[in-house]
Design a protein around this ligand. Structure first.
Ligand SMILES: [Zn+2]
Ligand SMILES: [Zn+2]
Ligand SMILES: [Zn+2]
Length: 263
């Protein structure tokens, strides 16, 4: 896909807006898990980013394959991994489909600890004798230094997910901060003059490793963010429509398939 003249510079798609178990939760009979509103059905959290001819995905969780199919995404140039939890990495085997088309290894940008974990988790990918058809990936280091991947410039943002360091990302006018309950003070200035913030908010109750609704709203206000979308949402947050009715119009819950075009 190439951008036509007059198109927005940046295209973002929320591929999944759900917490680690997704919504509905298997076996749950709560009102959210039983809801017929498509916005109450949340695959695991992931973001698609496109600028010009460069396409990235942030996190490849267990719903990766379905998310690419649902959004007619046929190809990506790189994967950024926020952290090593399974709901962000369990889809890496499905990168094979991209390898088959591209006929070369796909870069995965992650920190050293995340790379170590992925090498353990996907040991078959890194064996000397490779079984034909396994994914082809190569690791690229992610740290606090800004990155340029094709036409996309990225500012990594350091967060804490309880005691686990995690990266979020700023892509031009938008920042995507998932799986955290603390923003390091050094990162504050990197988040000035945003147009959109996509921020994790698990539920209304407090949680040891995620912002809750109140904390996420307060952070967005402190950053003077014009438009906020909350993500990584649990069924415990409540029905999409009911929660959104309690929020101001510039504070919303993300949903799967949400598209944002920004300059
Ligand atoms: Zn997560
Ligand atoms: Zn439920
Ligand atoms: Zn996590």
């Amino acid at each position: 896909m190439t951008a036509k003249k007059g198109d927005s510079n940046w295209q973002f798609t929320v591929l999944g807006s759900g917490t680690s178990q997704g919504v509905p939760v298997i076996g749950c009979t709560c009102a959210v898990c039983q809801s017929n509103d498509p916005k109450d059905q949340r695959l695991r959290s992931s973001l698609y980013v496109q600028k010009g001819s460069t396409r990235l995905i942030v996190d490849a969780g267990p719903d990766f394959r379905q998310q690419l199919l649902n959004n007619q995404i046929a190809d990506i140039d790189a994967v950024l991994i926020t952290h090593e939890h399974q709901d962000h990495t369990a889809g890496i085997d499905d990168l094979r489909a991209i390898n088959f088309m591209q006929k070369h290894a796909i870069p995965i940008y992650c920190t050293e600890p995340v790379e170590e974990r992925l090498r353990e988790q996907y040991s078959y990918i890194f064996k000397n004798s490779k079984y034909p058809g396994i994914p082809q990936i190569h690791f690229k280091r992610l740290d606090e230094a800004p990155l340029q991947i094709g036409e996309i410039n990225i500012e990594p943002i350091q967060l804490m997910h309880w005691d686990l360091p995690v990266y979020g990302f700023r892509f031009g006018p938008l920042a995507y901060l998932t799986d955290a309950n603390k923003l390091l003070e050094t990162e504050w200035e990197k988040l000035q003059n945003l147009e959109v913030l996509i921020l994790n908010a698990l539920r209304k109750e407090k949680h040891h490793s995620h912002f809750n609704l109140e904390e996420a709203l307060a952070l967005a206000d402190q950053l003077s963010v014009p438009q906020l979308y909350l993500t990584h949402i649990s069924h415990q947050m409540g029905l999409h429509k009911e929660v959104e009715d309690t929020l101001k119009t510039d504070r919303k819950l993300a949903f799967d398939g949400l598209q944002l075009s920004l300059d």
